[in-house]
Design a binder for this molecule. Structure first.
Ligand SMILES: Nc1ncnc2c1ncn2[C@@H]1O[C@H](COP(=O)(O)OP(=O)(O)OP(=O)(O)O)[C@@H](O)[C@H]1O
Length: 254
């Protein structure tokens, strides 16, 4: 089933920078789509437009056949709550426990006054612990988030995003701050939630070796335009140079 459709999406920031030009693509349920491209090619902008963190300048975005770009207010908030997101810097609340951080993911479905008082239901707490188990961190539930390693914090961020019961998880360079082996560990958990929970993943990555290991499909951006859409294994030397430039050299992460 088609989950997401982007039609002629363009984005120009208020300072005049056009970050996306007429971007067209669709995403099927269950895909693990990776977006690649040089720094500044528009990868983060595209993810932020998908969940409407940044309004698009023109074009249409359909999520489950409903036009997100025509929504506002409560309707938009409801649809957005099905699109989770994780970031390069994890964005946890450092002095709160891991469990509290995961519960914060339920904000979209919890009245603000309840969440401020920490009044989550027993069912929500059980759910949070279950998600922590999925990312292998149930034993850290009552530890302060800033006592965890970077890779562990990113796994907490994944569990927090799962509390939204997302159909799609957007991952904006989720391993860019991590060392190679920790990167694989985090990518494996993203793969697990994609394959076992059926959450569609759209992820920005820098290293092609990670792309080849985890992506089911790849989109490459260059100067805000799509220059490649296809299988990760079809990115040969010629495509590599088209995407990253003639002088680029592939660097591997093992
Ligand atoms: N808030 C903003 N205001 C103005 N210009 C921006 C803003 N955010 C990004 N840009 C510009 O938009 C273009 C695309 O940036 P974007 O961050 O989407 O690229 P990226 O491929 O994710 O890069 P990186 O890999 O370095 O994160 C760049 O020219 C960038 O300078």
């Amino acid at each position: 089933m088609q989950l997401l459709q982007c039609n002629n999406l363009s984005k120009t920031y208020p300072n005049g920078t056009q970050a996306l030009h007429d971007v067209n693509f669709t995403v099927e349920e269950g895909e693990f789509l990776v977006i690649i491209g040089l720094s500044g090619s528009g990868k983060s902008t595209l993810l932020r437009c998908i969940n409407q963190l940044h309004p698009v300048s023109s074009g249409e975005l359909y999520f489950e056949q409903q036009q997100l770009t025509a929504m506002a207010g409560k309707e938009l908030r409801q649809q957005r709550s099905r699109i989770g997101m994780i970031f390069q810097q994890f964005n946890l609340i450092p002095r709160k426990t891991v469990l509290t951080n995961v519960l914060a993911g339920a904000l979209a479905v919890t009245p603000v006054w309840k969440s401020l008082l920490g009044l989550y239901s027993e069912a929500q707490k059980k759910q949070a612990l279950d998600y922590l188990k999925i990312v292998g961190l149930e034993h850290k539930a009552y530890v302060r988030a800033d006592n965890l390693s970077g890779g562990q914090q990113q796994r907490v961020a994944i569990a927090r995003a799962l509390m939204q019961n997302p159909k799609i998880l957007l991952a904006d360079e989720p391993v860019a701050s991590l060392d190679p082996s920790t990167s694989h560990s985090v990518m494996k958990y993203l793969q697990k939630i994609n394959q076992e929970l059926g959450v569609t993943v759209i992820c920005n990555l820098h290293f092609l070796s990670l792309v080849r290991t985890y992506a089911s499909r790849v989109i490459a951006l260059k100067g805000g335009r799509i220059v490649y859409q296809g299988a990760p294994d079809d990115i040969d030397e010629q495509w590599f140079k088209t995407i990253y430039g003639e002088d680029a050299v592939e660097v591997s992460i093992n």
